[in-house]
Design a protein around this ligand. Structure first.
Ligand code: HEC
Ligand code: HEC
Length: 292
């Protein structure tokens, strides 16, 4: 009797160990796949990090074509892109506010131009996946710059000889629809919100993040925010319920959130699956989000 019980429990233990082993291997593989995916993404962007950390510091700049980016910087404030509206990209994308103006245009909140090179989903509904298509839309659409077709814009720019010569230097051809768009996309790669307290904390500056900010960082991880707000931009790569998951990097430089619904970061948390929060936890979340 005793021997059978012993054999039975032994069999149970062996079976349990086997199941545990299978689960452990499965989890390890899943974690490994996630790390490799993150590492590939960082390499693609030319960012530091080995893929094991959920958070990475932003460098000042991503790999880019410098001659083209300088043209892009000038186009960003060039009225010839807009023609009649006399707007420029910078009329709505204020670089001193994270690349947004906090205002609605045609019912849509301006989305930040700073850090946009880290994103793979664009516009409030995340419907575009290629920055070139977004820039083309911004130039052509009357709600934004409204400059006519890209072909017209390129022709107007080609008439400016010194500018055409700069295009020749960068692209070995005069301004074209593709190079006008690419120059602005290259420029976006020079606009990252590096040097925020969050970034400085990685550089060994232990005092860069105050205790509540660190507590908020921990809550961010534990409350599952990373499920949607992931990657170096902490968002910008996914769509949830028909809305682009906003990139949270650079949030501390903006003042209107959630597609125009909130002007207070604390109020945003009500719309996010943060779970029950006491006053300290809410303050920690807000402090962390402002440090980004
Ligand atoms: C009249 C204001 C206005 C002008 C001018 C304007 N934009 Fe925008 N921009 C917006 C708004 C509003 C959105 C968000 C649109 C949406 O959610 O559908 C946006 C979105 C974007 C995005 C996508 C950001 C993201 O995270 O999805 C990029 C990139 C962009 N604009 C670049 C430009 C460039 C380049 C120019 C100049 C050619 C320009 N914009 C001109 C208002 C403007
Ligand atoms: C299920 C996916 C998902 C999860 C999980 C999630 N978010 Fe979001 N978050 C979104 C989406 C989608 C938006 C954009 C909504 C919109 O613009 O209408 C957003 C927007 C935000 C914004 C506003 C950003 C801006 O610039 O407007 C903040 C702040 C934010 N989330 C914080 C958090 C925090 C903190 C957590 C964890 C408690 C969290 N989110 C968890 C999907 C998610």
């Amino acid at each position: 009797m005793k021997g059978r019980i012993l054999r039975c429990s032994l069999a149970t233990i062996v079976a349990a160990l086997a199941v545990w082993g299978v689960i452990a291997v499965h989890n390890w593989n899943a974690r490994r796949a996630k790390v490799l995916e993150r590492r590939a993404e960082l390499e693609r962007l030319g960012l530091p990090g080995d893929g094991t950390s959920d958070f990475v510091p932003l460098p000042a700049i991503l790999p880019h074509n410098a001659t083209a980016a300088r043209i892009g910087a000038d186009l960003f404030i060039d009225r010839r892109l807009a023609r009649a509206s006399r707007r420029t990209c910078a009329s709505c994308h204020w670089l001193n506010m994270g690349g947004a103006d906090g205002k609605m245009h045609a019912g849509r909140l301006t989305r930040p131009f700073v850090n946009v090179a880290l994103a793979t989903r664009f516009l409030g509904d995340g419907s575009l996946t290629n920055i070139a298509d977004v820039v083309a839309l911004m130039i052509e659409d009357g709600n934004f710059a409204g400059g006519g077709t890209l072909g017209d814009v390129a022709a107007r720019l080609a008439a400016d000889e010194p500018l055409a010569a700069r295009f020749e230097a960068a692209y070995s051809s005069p301004p074209s629809a593709a190079s006008v768009v690419d120059a602005i996309a290259q420029y976006s790669r020079t606009l990252l919100s590096a040097g925020r307290p969050f970034d400085r904390s990685f550089g060994g500056d232990l005092n860069a993040l105050a205790a509540p900010e660190r507590e908020g960082m921990d809550l961010f991880r534990r409350r599952g925010c990373l499920k949607c707000h992931d990657g170096p931009g902490l968002g910008g790569t996914k769509v949830h319920d028909g809305r682009k998951v906003s990139a949270l990097r650079g949030l501390g430089q903006r003042n209107v959130y959630l597609s125009g619904k909130c002007t207070d970061i604390g109020a945003v948390l009500v719309y996010m699956p943060a779970g029950e929060l006491d006053e300290n936890e809410r303050a920690a979340f807000v402090a962390f989000l402002k440090s980004l």
